[in-house]
Structures are given as structure tokens and as C-alpha cells.
Design a protein around this ligand. Sequence first.
Ligand code: SAM
Length: 225
Amino acid sequence: MKLHVDRIKKMYAVNAEAIKNIYSYSLPGIYDQKLSRAFEQWKAEAINVSTLQEGDKVIVFCCGSGNDFPHILNKIGEKGKILGVDFSSQMLNLARQKIVQGGWSNVELIEADVTKFKNIPNTPFDAGVCTLGMSIIPEYQKAYHNLLAHVKSGGEIIIGDIQLIAGWRLFLNSRIIYRAKEFGGSYKGHQNSRQIFAMMEKQLSHIRKQHFYNNAYVYCVGRKR
Ligand SMILES: C[S@@+](CC[C@H](N)C(=O)[O-])C[C@H]1O[C@@H](n2cnc3c(N)ncnc32)[C@H](O)[C@@H]1O
């Protein structure tokens, strides 16, 4: 078992510059086609169990090509607003295409690093969303606390991500990390997202958590105290 863990630990480490390169050069052209369809259902479910409602303002960290936007817009309607943040201008261009195609005049995008981003003016959002982002950010705790800082007390935090599988199914990690590494996935990153979910359960209230695919994908929704 130890040999197995040592082997998968070596399968790529999280590195911010490498991640930015992946999402600036190799992935944008193929991202949406490559992303497993299963994520769509899991993303939609997380948004559906949230208390997002018509007119809400939502900040989306690591919004990428905007795959979460339709699910969020279904809940917040035309009166709501989305601010998508991502550090890859190429991924944001894909999101921009969806915004034009969908005729979404209430979605704004900002190119920035979510570990450092500060929204000005500093009016808090009703909810913060991040899917498939935290597990590839080396400074994931900074990103998580920054997401929290942008959401009002009583507002909702919605995070979905791949996490390291524990227990007897641990052997599945190597296959999952092998497939995720093209997207910046790594042993450390998947361990980090476990930490995020543990932090959410400790710090937030009204937790709703769901596991999929042998516990490898989790969404967690909670309310900021
Ligand atoms: C796997 S994609 C997820 C995109 C989208 N949330 C989705 O589920 O389809 C990860 C995204 O995170 C962005 N990203 C990674 N680290 C970031 C950082 N520190 N600041 C801003 N964006 C980041 C990448 O550019 C990429 O678009």
C-alpha cells in the first residue's frame, strides 16, 4: 500500500505557473469537449440544492469557460448577476462566446488570480461558487478564504471538486489522478480539496454535501456564519 501511495504522490505536483500554462495554451481549444459530461450533472445538482434565488449576485472563482453559468442563471434569472473570475484570458474568451450566444447581459468577467483578487466596489455577493478550481491551486487556502471574504454573512459557498479517495478504495486514486493530470490534477491537489471540504464543514452552517464516483467528486454547499 505504501509503495502505491508513494507512486501516485509523484504524479505531478500543483504548480501555479504550470497550471496557468495548461489553461493558456494546451487546454482552452479542447476543454469543453474533454470535460466529462458527468460533471455537468454534478454541477447542476450543487446549484439546485443551494438556496440561490432570483436576483442574487454570485461570484464564480475559476469560472473557466463558464460551464457553471447556465445552472446559476436558471436560479438567479435576469435580475441576478454573475461575476466570473479566472486568470486565463483564453478560458475567459470561451466564456465570452457562451455569454454572447446565450445573450446573457448580466454576466461580467474579470481576468485575475483568485488568490489575490479584490472586487472593487467591495459590495458582498449573495453566493460564491468554485468548481474544479481549488484542487489545482497551490495556495488553495488563500483562494478559499478570498471566496468567503467576497460573500455576505448568511450567503452561500458552493464548491465542487475532485478529492483524494480514502479507505479501501484508495487504489482508485492513481487512475483518477492519471486522468486528471492533463487538467492540472495531482495527489497533493486532491488532498487539498479534502481539506477544503473539511474546513467548510467546520466553519459553515447548513451543510449539504454529496459524493459521486466512489467519493472522488464531492460538492459541498454551506452558509457563511
Ligand atoms: C478545471 S478548470 C474549471 C473551469 C470551470 N469552473 C468548470 O468547472 O468547467 C480550472 C480553471 O481554474 C482556473 N484557475 C486555476 N488557478 C487559478 C487562479 N489561481 N486564479 C484564477 N483562475 C485560476 C484555470 O484558468 C481554469 O480556467
